[in-house]
Design a protein around this ligand. Structure first.
Ligand code: NAD
Length: 260
């Protein structure tokens, strides 16, 4: 369905981003993967995408908190793959603490990684998309882009911010074939959430299984984790022609979290 299209997925060396890169490649898109991690493991992932799906895959080591890195990543897609059609802003980090104890460097890092990164990428990607009159911009926000939770001030602020950014980018490009939407997942079992489960199990002296169950019980009525592949399928749908009229909105995939 996406044969010949070119996609960038930030933060695709792990978790949800990896699932999204695989799903876009499976649909025939050439992809630029990005993120931190072991160089050999990343090269293996890149090569796997090419051999499994018969597409072109490149790796960019851009640190998405740096605007010059992000601009270079967009240029890589344009120069080496012929243009950028799909931008998935997915890279993200978390830190948990009450506001009065929240370290300022963690605030800056979360705002930089989870919000400013998307601004840099959208700014770099739009001129090419406008010239070719096609673009799909998908921001991986969170249930925390719609509601709050204690001890996540920077994350919730950044995710609400990205929902706002989504609306403005959609409005400014509404007359062209360029859409911008935000996906709001609930708990997805990735390294980002596993760390919160492990910390909780240690802090409360309970098993990892109990901590994981408590996490779901608090927020996710379905009592099961969303799968990276389910988020990825939603990304593919938003890239399809069927989603031409969907822009400037949020799509929840949260097992009922925000229905309560
Ligand atoms: P993850 O920790 O598995 O993956 C994060 C990815 O971002 C990694 O590839 C990492 O290398 C990359 N990254 C981090 N900082 C970066 C930087 N400065 N530059 C480039 N890459 C960087 O996390 P995940 O759970 O897959 O999260 C992906 C996105 O989904 C995040 O935006 C997160 O907020 C969002 N999200 C996750 C959940 C969840 O329950 N896991 C729920 C809602 C939203």
């Amino acid at each position: 369905m996406l044969k010949g299209k070119v996609a960038i997925v930030t933060g695709s060396t792990s978790g949800i981003g990896l699932g999204i890169a695989q799903a876009l490649a499976k649909e025939g898109a050439n992809v630029v993967i990005n993120g931190f991690g072991d160089a050999a493991a990343i090269e293996k992932e890149r090569a796997n995408l090419e051999t499994t799906y018969g597409i072109k895959a490149l790796y960019s080591g851009a640190d998405v908190t740096k605007s010059a890195d992000v601009a270079a990543m967009v240029k890589l897609a344009e120069d080496k793959l012929g243009g950028l059609d799909i931008l998935v802003n997915n890279a993200g980090i978390q830190f948990v603490s009450r506001v009065e104890a929240f370290p300022e460097d963690k605030w800056d890092a979360i705002l930089g990684t989870n919000l400013s990164s998307a601004f840099y990428a959208v700014k770099a990607a739009l001129p090419g998309m406008q010239k070719r009159n096609f673009g799909r911009i998908i921001n991986i926000a969170s249930a925390h882009g719609l509601v709050g939770s204690p001890e996540k001030v920077a994350y919730v602020a950044a995710k609400h911010g990205i929902v706002g950014l989504t609306k403005v980018v959609a409005l400014e490009n509404a007359k062209q074939q360029i859409t911008c939407n935000a996906i709001c997942p609930g708990w997805v079992l990735t390294p980002l959430v596993q760390k919160q489960i492990d910390d909780r199990s240690k802090k409360e002296g309970i098993s990892v299984e109990e901590a994981s169950n408590d996490l779901l019980k608090e927020k996710q009525p379905s009592m099961r984790f969303v799968q990276p592949a389910e988020v990825a399928a939603l990304v593919v749908y938003l890239c399809s022609d069927a989603a031409n009229a969907i822009t400037g909105t949020t799509v929840s995939i949260d097992g009922g979290w925000t229905a309560e």
